[in-house]
Design a protein around this ligand. Structure first.
Ligand SMILES: [Zn+2]
Length: 159
């Protein structure tokens, strides 16, 4: 940390303590060149990554938009709103924990598919059919096949 008075590179920390909430660290520093003192604060930066769209344009992450996608896919499906909120929360947490500055919209689409797959298979197919736009019938076929695979159960098989 450079000294704000003389621009020297060498400063030493003489005291550091966390704020009462624990979300900020305050450091008292002393410049080794001019001996002046100053304070710095350290905070966690949690920022949603910018969404990079298919055409290369950037957009702010928009929770409302994500909710709209979910609601469209889940139209008239028996899925509680609370479950949808929880699914979106999980996606937001995942995006934050990536710590990336940018994320391709395709990646978010995959996260939505993952959540819809857990929530409701019909909604999953609806979303996937639009999202992947099923360029050939084979795509659609493989999704259906995926759904028809017997669910792996955690219980040991009875013999
Ligand atoms: Zn200085």
């Amino acid at each position: 940390m450079k000294c704000p008075f003389c621009n020297a590179d060498d400063t030493s920390v003489i005291d550091s303590r966390a704020s009462e909430e624990g979300d900020r660290i305050r450091r008292r520093r002393r410049c080794l060149t001019c001996d002046k003192r100053f304070t710095t604060y350290e905070t966690v930066e949690l920022r949603m990554p910018q969404v990079v769209k298919q055409d290369g344009n950037r957009a702010e992450f928009d929770r409302e938009k994500l909710l709209t996608s979910f609601m469209r896919a889940l139209h008239k499906r028996p899925v509680p709103t609370g479950d949808v909120d929880a699914a979106i929360d999980r996606i937001v947490q995942k995006l934050l924990s990536l710590g990336e500055r940018e994320i391709p919209s395709r990646k978010i689409g995959e996260m939505v598919m993952e959540e819809l797959y857990r929530l409701d298979k019909v909604a999953y197919i609806r979303f996937a059919s639009v999202y992947r736009s099923f360029q050939d019938a084979h795509d659609f076929h493989s999704v259906i096949k995926e759904l028809q695979r017997p669910q792996r159960s955690k219980e040991p098989k009875k013999s």
